[in-house]
Write a protein that binds this ligand. Structure first.
Ligand code: SF4
Length: 354
């Protein structure tokens, strides 16, 4: 017997094709998408314009995945970090972040990560498995339940656990469902995918019909430092990475975001800032500076605040858009991959599921 599929793993066109193959009206696909993503129901029984016979058929072929809230941590600034338990008991983390006029969800794309970045807590888990599209979408749907009345998630960033480009096909399917008018209806401008610098996938992603903002986790301004921090640099060094970014087909008024973790005495000097400018010269870019979040046992240190400001000032004075990602649930958010299950920190109010 055919195994049932998670209804949230299918794009609209895949569902359309399924209905057609079943001899059903293909427009049913849009109706199902509407119920799943816009009404956010969790059972076929709740779909009022679907016949009983069709609901039964759908139940025979599909199921609804659901995340369990294993742990929910509230930061004093309103951010919420979730440790979600998947159907197989594995856990991933997501963060809901309030901004002045919108909400962002940071999602994980894998359980663990294979990239081995030296500063990253997730790297210590190693790679466990890829998330399915439905499991990625579930993080957005579940976090949305905590929004105040009338609010919606406007931005999604793929900056949680995992290297999204290592889960490439599922990433693309997820983006298609997110950006479908009948799905979650996200604007491509509001979605950002962050990579550690997998050059072939950067090239491939630039040619996709589905779009999203590109962020590259840079962190080192020469090959020696970057290889020490990010082993991916051995395969795709800075020359190759910058060349791929230069060739990346950016839409007008768009920039590539380079994330740069400031670590005391490793990446935070003005010499590093100078080298950063030289390296990225000629690109349309902005820099997101992330003061390192120390965690128990980490070998890197957070720089002094004056050093962070001096680094940012150096870039701003030379016309570079440079932001500092600060204390948005600092102890619960983390930079790309500074999330790890069970990492509840002291200042975080924690509700642990029974
Ligand atoms: S920083 Fe990101 S890419 Fe690197 S190991 Fe951590 S999760 Fe993976």
């Amino acid at each position: 017997m055919e195994t049932r599929r998670n209804i949230k793993d299918l794009t609209l066109s895949e569902l359309h094709a399924w209905f057609e193959a079943q001899g059903e009206k293909p427009f049913r696909a849009k109706q199902i998408f509407h119920w799943v993503y816009q009404q956010q129901v969790e059972r076929f029984e709740e779909m009022r314009n679907i016949s009983k016979a069709l609901k039964q058929k759908l139940n025979e072929h599909f199921y609804f995945s659901q995340l369990q809230r294993f742990e929910v941590c509230h930061s004093t600034d309103g951010s919420i970090k979730y440790a979600f338990e998947l159907a197989d008991g594995k856990k991933v983390e997501s963060v809901l972040m309030p901004h002045r006029d919108h909400y962002t969800v940071c999602v994980s794309s894998q359980v663990g990560c294979a990239m081995g970045c030296d500063f990253c807590m997730t790297a210590k888990m190693g790679f466990v498995r890829n998330l399915t599209p439905g499991e990625i979408l579930d993080q957005i749907l579940e976090a949305s339940k905590d929004l105040p009345e009338g609010e919606v998630v406007r931005n999604v960033v793929f900056m949680g656990m995992g290297e999204p480009f290592h889960n490439y096909d599922n990433l693309i399917t997820t983006l298609r469902i997110m950006q479908s008018d009948n799905g979650l209806n996200f604007s491509a401008r509001r979605v950002t995918v962050s990579t550690s610098g997998l050059v072939p996938q950067i090239v491939r992603f630039g040619n996709e019909t589905v779009k999203a903002g590109l962020a590259v986790s840079l962190n080192g301004v020469n090959d020696e430092i970057r290889t020490q921090l990010m082993p991916v640099n051995k395969a795709y060094n800075l020359e190759k990475l910058v060349a791929a970014c230069q060739a990346y087909p950016l839409e007008s008024r768009k920039r590539i975001t380079f994330e740069y973790i400031l670590m005391a005495d490793v990446t935070d000097s003005i010499e590093h800032a100078k080298r950063l400018l030289k390296l990225l010269h000629g690109l349309r870019f902005k820099v997101n500076l992330i003061p390192y979040n120390e965690s128990p046992g980490s070998k890197y240190k957070r720089p002094k605040w004056e050093q962070v400001e001096a680094f940012q000032r150096y870039l701003l004075d030379r016309g570079v858009v440079a932001t500092v990602r600060i204390s948005k649930g600092q102890d619960i958010q983390g930079a790309c991959g500074q999330l790890i299950q069970g990492s509840t920190k002291p200042e975080v109010k924690s509700e642990v599921a029974a």
